[in-house]
Design a protein around this ligand. Structure first.
Ligand code: HEM
Length: 324
């Protein structure tokens, strides 16, 4: 059980306390991201289809191709964790909009580089930052007690029934054959804003060009610790890697403040563009894939987890920059 004696911190302390709690669960790894610690960066080109232009004036979703930096990652907070042991994978992308590039007369903000952050699970485990912190503390206590993975999952489901869909979805994820062979979901909804100020809630999904493929557990178990990075290098040498950016358009009544909930599966979708991965690169200095950086034409929904991520990522960035 969570140690309920620990008072919940005031909201201004919550980002630091949440990052502390991740460290208490997974250890402190100096200089590394406090989640998704191990990853590999690539350069790509995103070519918008123009189909999203009726919904948003965002510069990167009009007609002009745009360079992008992509980071594929293991979700574990421990960089030494084997690819096999961290079921969810991340794909974060930062559009490299040239400063001042206009779209229908709208200037992109100097230095503002929109981000799409996505993972291989369609929903998140917590609806609020407070609940996320409680979950981390509960997981820490179960780990310290030496509970088995099965017992931890059972305990978490009992304590946090709202997390059932995410926990079930994450625990049933199979090891991907490649970072390039699985779909990635933004989980959160964002508002797309058109030239007349009309807003429409939208969720993102990256659909791989490659056929969806997973490894049998036995094969993943004997693969190297970072087999996904090796595979990406090999694959890039032999065939192109691409993803389609699919948008799901929400209705007015679909929840935009609850990232534990999916929208109904019959919502309209459209293909907003296509990403080609060009080459692997060293991670650029100061890279923070902050999903609250959307650029003009896209706004944040009131989702408390989405809004919280800005401060939590700033805490992690500050610590890793200081090498602590
Ligand atoms: C309470 C909610 C969350 C917390 C506290 C949290 C925490 C973190 C932290 C500390 C980092 C490292 C940031 C850095 O140093 O740059 C990170 C990275 C990441 N998170 Fe979250 N996260 C949360 C929710 C989510 C959700 C809902 C998603 C789903 C899309 C997500 C996807 C990612 C990805 C893909 C990365 C790697 C980014 C990169 O490659 O630079 N996170 N998270």
């Amino acid at each position: 059980m969570t140690n309920m004696q620990e008072p919940m911190p005031a909201s201004d302390k919550l980002p630091a306390r949440s990052v502390d709690a991740i460290e208490e669960l997974s250890g402190t790894h100096p200089g590394k991201r406090r989640a998704h610690a191990r990853g590999i960066c690539a350069k790509g080109v995103f070519t918008p289809s123009g189909q999203a232009a009726r919904l948003t004036f965002a510069a990167h979703l009009q007609q002009t191709p745009c360079e992008a930096i992509i980071r594929f990652s293991n979700s574990a907070a421990d960089p030494a964790s084997r690819d096999l042991m961290s079921p969810a994978k991340g794909m974060a992308l930062q559009f490299q909009l040239p400063d001042g590039q206009g779209a229908r007369g709208v200037e992109s903000v100097q230095g503002e580089k929109p981000v799409i952050s996505a993972v291989t699970a369609p929903v998140f485990v917590a609806r609020t930052p407070e609940s996320f912190l409680e979950m981390m503390l509960a997981a820490r206590d179960m780990t310290r007690r030496g509970d088995s993975i099965k017992d931890r999952l059972k305990g978490m489901l009992q304590l946090f029934p709202h997390a059932a869909e995410a926990l079930t979805s994450i625990s049933s994820l199979k090891p991907p054959a490649s970072f390039a062979s699985v779909p990635y979901y933004s989980i959160h909804a964002f508002y797309f804003v058109d030239e007349n100020g009309r807003r429409r809630p939208v969720k993102y999904e990256w659909i791989p060009d490659a056929e969806e493929a997973h490894l049998p557990l036995i094969k993943a178990a004997v693969s190297s610790k970072d087999y996904l990075e090796d595979e990406l290098r090999d694959r890039l040498g032999t065939s192109p890697i691409g993803f389609t950016l699919r948008l799901t358009l929400g209705e007015e009544w679909d929840p935009v403040d609850d990232c534990t909930a999916r929208w109904p599966s019959n919502r309209e979708t459209l293909e907003a563009g296509h990403l080609f991965i060009v080459e692997l690169i060293e991670e650029p200095d100061g890279l923070v894939m902050d999903p609250t950086v959307t650029g003009p034409g896209i706004e944040l929904t009131p989702d408390p987890i989405l809004n919280f991520r800005h401060d939590a990522y700033a805490v992690s960035f500050e610590r890793r920059q200081k090498g602590i």
